[in-house]
Design a protein around this ligand. Structure first.
Ligand code: HEM
Length: 483
């Protein structure tokens, strides 16, 4: 408690902290530091307000592998296809742990979840189990199926857009509710109306965690910020605990309805995940809400932004939808027949990588990268954004051009190089399949039903981004005219 200290003790403490920081040498043979590293803050100030752009500039100057100092910690940054593929795919297990990040540990009970947990059997079992549950839920058929939930939400979103009667509106809120509804239906069988007060509370709870996570790096640079009260970040935990007890009360062992039911059965049976507790279940559910709402909502918003900005591309999407589907509504079975629609979504994920630096990784043992020795436990940032704007693979990378993802016959190019919006290897995104399914169904249903255009007399929407936990567009207005 700083207030209880004498000024003298406080000054001695600060001097010791500064000295330790100045004296703490970069571990031997780590990749080079870019210029601009200062005591205490490291490269924090040098990274500036647009870290992706700064990292791109450093890549040009220092190559694909360099070290950035964040406060007291050395973080190795990998850029470009060769270095990232090596770490994420070819030697995945060596880079598959998570570092100690104060805020991440705080809200996940020190890795009792799936996304922040360190590499080991606990991680592998929980992730495998979560995959199986998602697969089981995905295989359900009929109204309660995953596709059924998404199509129902797509219809609700279309009705909501029709209510604006072609007038300008900012649909970020509606899109967020839509994606949160898919995750909440899957997790605990609940959906919310667009103006629902409980949803506002849930959204506040999610935002508090998101802001906290985005501020996490600042907190690790300024450790005294840990004493700032942050009770709000735990309100998401309370919401989830309530759902878990509601599910406990109504659990039907023969007929699990959603993610929480499957997990509670596993807590009782201890069949696939050794020692799984209700606490683990709460943190895993939190992972899905946090990872599965902002990412998908941000991607759909970017797609609609670029489509509005490029009427000729929008017209091609309309033509393909009309030719393949006609007047009915899109289903997943149409997906292989709509290469241009798919290419628009891939190009959106390339040009605006919503998770530009993946989640922070850590080495599981001492690793050699090029001529450098990286000790076990070092934090590693994988700059996925650098893959997607590399002019060697993507000429004129700032141009939105879906054709990049089509071959000469107009078919989607399978597994293009230098493209990993969901990461890869052991820590690949758990929700990739679900996200691709949602994006296809929402995007094609909206474009089947509406023409999007910039409001009269205003310039086209701006492609500047807001970098928080994910990379999302600045608020923008569009008009949606029924077709
Ligand atoms: C991790 C991207 C949607 C759940 C990740 C990572 C990326 C990513 C880049 C980090 C991989 C790494 O650390 O190397 C995306 C994108 C999405 C999306 C671009 C949508 C467009 C979702 C959805 C869910 C989800 C819908 C859940 C249903 C997760 C989880 C992890 C993760 C649990 C942690 C995996 C682990 O630590 O092993 N995602 N994601 N994501 N994502 Fe996603």
């Amino acid at each position: 408690q700083i207030s209880g200290m004498t000024l003298q003790t406080f000054l001695v403490f600060c001097a010791a902290f500064l000295l330790a920081n100045v004296l703490l040498k970069r571990s031997r043979n780590l990749p080079p530091y870019p210029a601009g590293c200062v005591p205490v803050l490291g490269h924090f100030l040098a990274l500036g307000r647009a870290p992706p752009l700064k990292l791109a500039a450093w890549r040009r100057q220092y190559g694909d592998v360099f070290t950035v100092r964040l406060g007291m910690e050395d973080v190795v940054v990998l850029n470009g296809y060769t270095a990232i593929k090596d770490a994420l795919v070819d030697r995945s297990e060596l880079f598959a742990s998570r570092p100690q990040v104060y805020f991440l540990d705080l809200i996940t009970g020190n890795g009792k979840d799936m996304a922040a947990v360190r590499w080991g059997p606990g991680f592998r079992q929980r992730k495998r189990f979560a995959y199986t549950v998602l697969k089981n839920l995905g295989m359900k058929v009929g109204r309660g199926s995953m596709e059924g939930h998404i199509r129902e939400e797509a219809n609700c979103l279309c009705s909501r857009m029709a209510e604006y009667k072609g007038q300008p509106f900012d649909f970020a809120h509606d899109v967020t509710v839509t994606f949160a509804n898919v995750i909440c239906s899957m997790l605990f069988g609940k959906r919310y109306d667009y103006g629902d007060e409980t949803f506002q509370e849930l959204k506040k709870a999610i935002d508090a965690v998101v802001i906290g996570l985005a501020a996490g790096q600042v907190i690790s640079v300024f450790p005294f910020l840990r004493f700032v009260p942050g009770g709000l970040v735990f309100s998401l935990h309370h919401v989830l605990w309530e759902e878990i007890s509601r599910h406990r009360e109504h659990l039907d062992r023969k007929n699990p309805r959603d993610f929480l039911d499957f997990c509670l059965l596993e807590v009782d049976q201890q069949d696939k995940v050794e020692g799984l507790t209700e606490e683990n279940v709460m943190y895993m559910a939190m992972n899905l809400i946090l990872a599965g709402t902002e990412t998908t909502a941000g991607t759909l918003l970017w797609a609609l932004l670029y489509i509005t900005q490029n009427p000729a591309i929008q017209q091609k999407v309309h033509e393909e939808l009309d030719a393949v589907i006609g007047v009915s509504l899109p289903t997943l079975s149409h997906r292989p027949q709509l290469p241009y629609v798919n290419a628009c979504l891939l190009e959106t994920m390339r040009i605006r990588t919503v998770v530009p630096f993946a989640l922070p990784h850590a080495t599981t043992q001492d690793v050699k990268v090029r001529e450098f020795h990286i000790p076990k436990g070092t934090q590693v940032i994988l700059n996925l954004y650098s893959l997607h704007v590399d002019p060697t693979y993507w000429p004129d990378p700032e141009r939105f051009d879906p054709e990049r993802f089509l071959d000469a016959e107009g078919n989607i190019i399978n597994k293009p190089e230098s493209f990993m919006p969901f990461g890869g290897g052991r820590r690949v995104c758990l929700g990739e399949k679900l996200a691709r399914m949602e994006l296809f169904l929402f995007f094609s249903t909206l474009l089947q039903s509406f023409t999007f255009r910039t409001p009269e007399g205003t310039p086209p929407p701006n492609t500047d981004y807001v970098l928080g936990l994910t990379w999302s567009p600045r608020p923008f207005q569009v008009c949606a005219t029924p077709r």
